[in-house]
Design a protein around this ligand. Structure first.
Ligand code: FES
Ligand code: FES
Length: 159
């Protein structure tokens, strides 16, 4: 069963027919070419597929594309403007929070959403907020440092 849906991805209007069984991740990666969001587990456990839906981080592998109708989707491709990384992206680079990079887009999107919420978070609260993301490489310490750098108002998102 196909259904026509309309939404925005990184401020671009999209109108397309999707199979009602397709995930948002499949549509973004396979049909629209936004390969920043990664497919790790495919079952909502690892956070590699995280994108923002109306500014809230979601696991796009378990989010049906039809649910995106009328919504604002943001992926990691939409963050840097004119080749300039956001402060969140820079913090991940500066703190060495990237190794293979597979988990990075998801973590960047969740951290961006936290920065935009504008709340001051303790280290424990940041850990809780990022607990839906698995990283097989970094040991999490550098990721935590990067997130803390942003969330302690040392940096702000470009948005
Ligand atoms: Fe979506 Fe793992 S691929 S949570
Ligand atoms: Fe490799 Fe996180 S940097 S999984």
């Amino acid at each position: 069963l196909l259904k026509r849906i309309s939404f925005t991805v990184n401020e671009q209007e999209v109108s397309m027919e999707v199979d009602v069984r397709e995930s948002l991740l499949e549509v973004l990666r396979n049909r629209l070419g936004y390969t920043g969001a990664k497919k790790g587990c495919g079952v909502g456990e690892c956070g590699a597929c995280t994108v923002l839906v109306d500014d809230t981080p979601i696991d796009s592998c378990i989010y049906l594309a039809v649910w995106a109708d009328g919504k604002k989707i943001r992926t990691v491709e939409g963050l840097a403007k004119n080749g300039e990384l956001t402060e969140v992206q820079k913090a991940f680079v500066d703190e060495g929070a990237v190794q293979c990079g597979f988990c990075t887009p998801g973590l960047i999107m969740t951290t961006t959403a936290l920065v935009e919420r504008g709340e001051k978070l303790s280290r424990e609260e940041i850990k809780r907020e990022l607990s839906g993301h698995f990283c097989r490489c970094t040991g999490y310490k550098q990721i935590l440092h990067a997130a803390e750098k942003c969330l302690n108002n040392i940096c702000k998102s470009n948005e």
